[in-house]
Design a protein around this ligand. Structure first.
Ligand code: MN3
Length: 227
């Protein structure tokens, strides 16, 4: 059984950029439903006990849409929680800062590309910063799709573009959500750890293995420090 990983911060830690009401509903209702449905479907699919990343790829390869959608959404949301931190955190520095400068010219240009990608993305999905063959890039994916099923792309940071992520706080203003998200609660320490992991240093984000403890201080979804 997969657990619903606890949020790596309090419900109200991201306010006012993401309200406690939005975060509680998003995590406790939406994310929980994806985890519960995944748990109901992995057994019949013959995938009990396998890591979630394998379940996502296997379901996608087999065309098992119900399992893929729920398993990918379970993974995407756990990754998304790690991509945020309370306001006032550090801006990108070090290797991440250099990569942003090399690929985009600077943080403001990355922000413009990221916000534009998210605003012009039609319907539900996710806006990502990824590492590809040419350095950092911005992409979006539809519905539950993610980088686990994209060859050669490594996820650095993601923002949820589904209306449930922002509608209570921003109504239909996805642009304002993305701008404030990027400026205030994007977790650049996590992004830096993912970038290092993409180059073999430290551990990349992974979903808690099936059977992992559901509570405690371990917080397996939290960003891991790199060595
Ligand atoms: Mn969501």
């Amino acid at each position: 059984m997969f657990v619903l990983p606890p949020l790596p911060y309090d419900d109200d830690a991201l306010a006012p950029f993401v309200s406690a009401d939005t975060l509680r509903t998003h995590h406790g209702k939406h994310h929980k439903a994806y985890v519960d449905k995944t748990n109901a479907l992995v057994g019949p699919a013959g995938l009990s006990g396998r890591p979630l990343e394998e379940v996502v790829r296997h379901a996608y390869g087999k065309g098992d849409k119900a399992l893929f959608n729920n398993a990918a959404q379970a993974w995407n949301h756990a990754f998304f929680w790690a991509c945020m931190r309370p306001p006032g955190g550090a801006a990108p520095t070090g290797a991440l800062g250099i990569s942003i400068r090399d690929s985009f010219g600077g943080l403001e240009s990355l922000k413009a590309a990221f916000v534009d990608e998210g605003v012009t993305h039609f319907g539900s999905g996710w806006a990502w910063i990824v590492v590809g063959s040419d350095g950092l890039a911005v992409i979006s994916t539809h519905d539950a799709e993610d980088t686990l099923i994209r060859e050669g792309l490594f996820p650095i940071l993601v923002c949820d573009l589904w209306e449930h992520a922002y509608y209570l706080d921003y109504k239909n203003d996805r642009k304002a959500f993305l701008e404030r998200w990027f400026d205030n609660i994007a977790n650049w320490d996590f992004a830096a750890a993912q970038l290092a992991a993409s180059e073999g240093a430290g551990q990349a984000f992974s979903y808690p293995l099936p059977g992992a403890p559901s509570a405690g201080t371990d917080r397996p979804d939290a960003p891991r420090p790199t060595a």
